[in-house]
Write a protein that binds this ligand. Structure first.
Ligand code: B1M
Length: 235
């Protein structure tokens, strides 16, 4: 870090400059500074959702571009991810506290061979914030791990995340296994992750592809409403 950067006092920056500085700090993997920035924005009456989307996800998008373009490498991106997680940890209880009454249950995990978890964590946080009970299976989940979890937890929704073109086909392996076992229709299957799209979601037999965490929440709510309507019609 340069001397000039040492001199920056985050609390003296206006909102716009603070967010710009947080983008730089996330890029540099400075967890303490990210945590301070998050706390400052919250103290300035930013909603937790706004801090998450504008300051953290915004910063991570820049990191993603430079990783893609070969400007940043794995160690730097890991540091950035760690800084992002520091900020997310502060926001998580706040997003949950502002949530609605419990509307359903979701089991979510990143598929086998894939260790990316920031997007999945974000989806989990937003779902909890919207009133869902979320069981997070973490990363690198085999079919057996998903099956065990849905049997144990009895969720309404199974969520799967994949960030690699090489791991996204594994989602179909999971869905095909649910079909083989005759339990596919017991769950709403939602999938997401940067390399996926709607066409892929349809092709593998998911109920829906969710572009981002906000869409995941809206989609989950829609499917829960349909489920409640079906149940009411059958009473
Ligand atoms: Co990786 N990585 N990475 N990486 N990484 C990508 C995905 C990549 C696109 C970068 C690039 O080259 N441009 C590229 C994949 C290329 C491809 O397959 N087409 C890539 C690669 C190649 C790799 C390695 C192979 C690199 C290497 O080792 N040579 C390696 C693979 C390791 C493995 O998994 N086996 C690797 C490793 C890593 C790190 C460990 C360094 C780190 C992960 C740290 C962590 O997650 N704890 C990392 C990171 C951080 C990234 C990028 C930069 C950022 C991902 C991220 O967190 N985005 C990423 C570049 C990019 O995506 N632009 C990249 C922020 C997050 C909020 O967005 O995850 O998209 P995202 O989630 C969104 C939506 O997609 C959606 O909602 C989220 C929130 O809005 N969503 C869901 C996600 N999951 C959902 C589930 C749902 C619903 C919606 O269920 C219902």
């Amino acid at each position: 870090m340069s001397d000039q950067e040492d001199d920056i006092i985050l609390s003296e920056l206006n909102d716009e400059d603070l967010v710009a500085q947080m983008f730089d700090d996330l890029y540099d993997g400075l967890k303490d500074e990210i945590e301070e920035g998050v706390n400052l924005l919250l103290a300035r009456d930013w909603t937790p959702y706004r801090v998450l989307t504008e300051a953290l996800v915004g910063g991570m998008t820049i990191v993603g571009h430079d990783f893609r373009d070969g400007i940043l490498f794995v160690p730097e991106v890991l540091l950035a991810a760690n800084a992002m997680k520091g900020g997310m940890a502060i926001l998580k209880p706040l997003l949950i506290a502002t949530g609605a009454p419990r509307v359903g249950k979701m089991v979510i995990g990143t598929v086998k061979g894939d260790i990316h978890d920031i997007g999945k964590n974000l989806v989990g946080m937003m779902m909890e914030g919207a009133g869902f009970e979320v069981v997070d299976l973490g990363i690198n989940n085999s079919v057996d791990a998903y099956l065990e979890a849905i049997e144990r937890e009895g969720p309404d929704i199974l969520g799967m995340s994949a960030l690699l073109t090489t791991t996204m086909p594994y989602m179909k392996v999971v869905i095909d296994t649910l079909i083989e076992k005759g339990i596919r229709d017991d769950y709403t299957v939602l999938v997401g992750g940067a390399p996926l799209n709607e066409e892929f979601g349809k092709a593998i037999g998911a109920d829906a592809y969710c572009r981002d965490a906000a869409v995941a929440v809206e989609t989950a709510k829609e499917f829960m409403a349909r489920k409640h309507n079906r149940m009411a019609a059958n009473v």
